[in-house]
Design a protein around this ligand. Structure first.
Ligand code: MTE
Length: 336
């Protein structure tokens, strides 16, 4: 995301998967062991809206039995509310941003296999009545999982449509009970350089941190995801627990979360701290506010290649206009 030599609205070449790289990745996936699928059969069933989106996926991480059971019991989406084509799983899981595994788009898929995501602990703290340290299984036990099919728009002007799977962030707030002093919720990613090779570099300040205002966090669209495409999250997409905020640029959707804290002051989030003129705290998708180095008016829908960028027009709030009341007193050009 921090690409100092870019001046035009064109994406930099390395951000676009070349046809040959894409094809060789496909070949690799096709040759990969089908035997590595380790899920309960219920977790694999997907309704008609997903037709074609998953058929080429042939590798998967193992899923703990408790999570496979919960996924199998989820509320399955009966339709696709975006009305847009679901991005193939293969594209959504091989073209990623997860700097803990490197800055290249294929680094997360290539280098995240060794990340151990079970057992996994989540700490809840700060200004709240019910702090605690949980095993992930206990943390999500009270919540019923469901499919949520969302558009997802990266600040780099690529996008996808993904059937995430999880529960509302608002559920966590209801359980943790932030005090009257709390105004923000802060999320922290795991810091484990032995399994996250990117953390041995100075690509970012580790650990990765993100935050939302409490009223944003309570919005029913804000999702805590534990899966996508009817199965658990692959490591490269933020296993085992990540945030999805579909009306904001993708960097707000922090991956592999280990800590959730309630604060009085707005935390200095990772990208804001690194380049405050380029990445704002709010980061609401807005085609009218250009990034200092490129236009945000359009986006390249995955899968894309140098030869078929597949441009679509970007919408305010990524099309989720129901969040507009959260910002009615704010100048969206100023609070980018
Ligand atoms: N979370 C962590 N911990 N580290 C990251 O580098 N990248 C962000 C976000 N969450 C990132 C992260 C960015 S820039 C984007 S666009 C999305 O994850 C990408 O999510 P995806 O790889 O599942 O598409």
């Amino acid at each position: 995301m921090l690409i100092m030599n870019r001046t035009s609205s064109d994406p930099k070449p390395s951000e676009i998967t070349s046809e040959s790289a894409y094809n060789s990745r496909r070949a690799f996936l096709k040759n990969a062991s089908l035997g590595s699928i380790a899920l309960g059969s219920g977790a694999l069933s997907l309704p008609a809206w997903a037709a074609g989106a998953y058929e080429s996926a042939s590798v998967d991480r193992s899923t703990p039995a408790w999570l496979a059971t919960k996924i199998a019991q989820r509320k399955v989406a009966s339709s696709n509310p975006t009305g847009e084509t679901i991005t193939p799983y293969e594209a959504a899981s091989t073209y990623n941003n997860f700097y803990e595994f490197g800055t290249g788009k294929s680094d997360p898929a290539n280098y995240s296999d060794d990340l151990v995501t079970d057992p996994w602990k989540v700490q809840v703290g700060g200004l709240c009545e019910n702090p605690g340290n949980y095993q992930l299984e206990d943390f999500i036990k009270p919540y019923k999982l469901e499919d949520r099919i969302y558009r997802f728009r990266c600040v780099e002007a690529w996008s996808m449509v993904v059937p995430w799977l999880g529960f509302e962030l608002a559920d966590i707030l209801r359980a943790a009970k932030p005090t009257s002093k709390a105004r923000f919720v802060k999320f922290t990613t795991l810091e484990r350089p032995s399994q996250m090779p990117g953390q041995k570099t100075a690509a970012l300040d580790w650990p990765y941190i993100e935050s939302l205002r409490l009223d944003e966090a309570r919005h029913p669209l804000a999702l805590m995801a534990v899966g996508m495409y009817g199965r658990s999250l692959p490591n490269q997409n933020g296993a085992p627990l990540r945030l999805i905020v579909p009306w904001k640029y993708g960097f707000k959707s922090i991956k592999s979360i280990v800590k959730i804290e309630f604060t009085n002051k707005a935390p200095i989030t990772t990208w804001l701290g690194l380049a405050p003129r380029e990445y704002g705290f709010y980061a609401n998708v807005n085609p009218a506010v250009s990034h200092p180095r490129w236009s945000q008016a359009r986006e390249r829908r995955l899968p894309n290649s140098l030869f078929s960028p597949n441009w679509v027009d970007t919408k305010l709030f990524n099309g989720y206009s129901e969040v507009a009341p959260l910002y009615k007193t704010m100048d969206l050009k100023k609070f980018f």
